[in-house]
Structures are given as structure tokens and as C-alpha cells.
Design a protein around this ligand. Sequence first.
Ligand SMILES: [Zn+2]
Length: 104
Amino acid sequence: MLADRVGILAAGCLLSGDSGRGCPAAAVKRCNELVGLLADFVERHLPPEVHTRLERHLAACPRCVTQLKTYQSTVSLLRTIRDDDLPAELRCTLKAFVDRNCGN
Ligand SMILES: [Zn+2]
């Protein structure tokens, strides 16, 4: 649920800032939490305040930018192809990917 994920963010990554303090492992954990929000970020489903904070994090975090670009290119690829164009096996793989990343 989006509200739950926003709550996790409020308690963790975004409100704590991106000053680079803390151990590297903690930073990775924060980024992993952010990755879970990228789908909503791209679709602009996040509350404006969270969206802005995520943008700020992206400005300082090349790793998350890479994740975002991967997600965006996957989404735009999916939008340019029709079901008929895909071999059944690839269609299943893509559907599994979408289900995993768009678990609404
Ligand atoms: Zn990050």
C-alpha cells in the first residue's frame, strides 16, 4: 500500500537527508527502499512532498538514477509493443516483471 511505503520513507531515507552520513550499508538500504517507490514516482502517484524529496535524492544518488532510467526505458518499451508482437515466452516474462513492479 502506498501509504505504508510513504510511512517507511518518512521514518527512514528521505527525512534523514542525503548528507552521506552513516555507514555504506545503511545508505544501500535506503536506496533499496527508494527503488520500491520509483514506479509511483514515474507515474506521478506520490504525494508532492514525497515526489520532491525523491527528486532531491535522485540529484545526489547516481545509483538510483540508473535504477530510474532502467525502469523508465522498460516502461516505454512496453508501451511501444503490442501483445501480438511478442513471443509467448517473452510475454510471460514481461508480465511477471510488470506484476512484480506494479503491485497495485
Ligand atoms: Zn539512492
